[in-house]
Design a protein around this ligand. Structure first.
Ligand SMILES: [Zn+2]
Length: 308
């Protein structure tokens, strides 16, 4: 888990990395995040009342209006948990809850401000996409847009692998990092974490390399569907598997260019992220967009006039 204190333009003033078990349930996890954050405020001599806004990203579907996580595949106990309400006990500022890949897309957009149609694809333990369309983060009607990890790609449930979401045959059930580790375990290859998988590929472990290449082809096909649907100017790959760009990028490029129409690919660039983790920057920018939203500022001014 990475927590940070940022200024209103997204400059990271301080940050911390800690191991965190998302399956520990919302109260324990939010307690740990809250403590990491208040410690950083104290280090900088800041009070809770100095905080303009809080943003938190989670690896699951977030209902945009309420900031509640809805039926997350891996976040046991988080369904409908009121995250903004939890922070409201200590902070009076706005609290934004965002899907992790959406936050990464928002951060990546800062590195490519002239690209108004950008798709960010995360290939890590899970698979997902965040979309900037027309210069704005596109969440869909409820917040579920871009969840390409759970697009079904097999015709028959009977033979398809079970996904973490409970369905069979999703993109992630073949190409998620967790699915690769599962398949390697079945083959007797002793690789049990994402870090170990990346190391195994880098050191030339053939089964690991083959599974990562196959995963890249599967994700590439799903992204080609997205390219056909929304016609982005740029697709950026991030996440731990995308760090293996010499293995992953060539495969996804080949699949996307082959499976998308010429008009959609003529000017399309496909690349890897310019940052280790654009998510923190993305969250800071989303807070600033919310806090300085002209309509919200007008409301605050009207409220102050009413009090005067
Ligand atoms: Zn699924």
């Amino acid at each position: 888990m990475r927590s940070a204190v940022c200024d209103p333009v997204g400059t990271v003033l301080s940050e911390r990395y800690e191991r965190l078990d998302i399956t520990g349930g919302p109260k324990a996890v939010l307690q740990q995040i809250g403590e990491a954050f208040t410690a950083q405020l104290a280090d900088r001599g800041l009070e809770r009342s100095d905080v303009l806004g809080i943003a938190i990203s989670v690896p699951g579907p977030v209902e945009h209006g309420s900031g509640r996580v809805v039926s997350p595949p891996i976040m046991t106990g988080w369904h409908e948990f009121d995250i903004p309400g939890w922070f409201a006990a200590d902070y009076s500022c706005p609290v934004i809850v965002e899907n992790d890949v959406n936050a990464m897309a928002a951060g990546e957009y800062r590195a490519h401000p002239d690209v108004d149609d950008l798709v960010f694809v995360k290939m890590g333990t899970g698979v997902g996409a965040g979309m900037i369309l027309g210069g704005r983060l596109y969440r869909g009607a409820d917040g579920a847009a871009g969840d390409i990890g759970h697009i079904p790609i097999s015709r028959s449930d009977a033979e398809a692998p079970l996904c973490r979401c409970g369905n069979h045959g999703c993109v992630e059930a073949y190409a998620g990092g967790w699915a690769i580790l599962r398949d390697l375990a079945v083959e007797g290859v002793d690789v049990t974490s994402m870090d170990a998988l990346v190391l195994a590929v880098r050191s030339g472990n053939r089964p690991a390399l083959q599974h990562v290449r196959a995963a890249a082809a599967t994700v590439g096909a799903a992204v080609a569907d997205l390219v056909n649907t929304v016609n982005p100017r740029m697709v950026v790959f991030g996440g731990q598997l995308a760090d293996l760009d010499d293995v992953v990028l060539a495969t996804v490029r080949e699949v996307i260019y082959r499976r998308s129409p010429a008009l959609a690919t003529r000017k399309l660039s496909i690349t890897t992220s310019s940052s280790d983790d654009p998510g923190v920057l993305g969250l800071a920018l989303l807070v600033a967009d919310h806090v300085f939203d002209p309509d919200r500022v007008d409301q605050i001014i009207d409220g102050l006039r009413g009090e005067a």
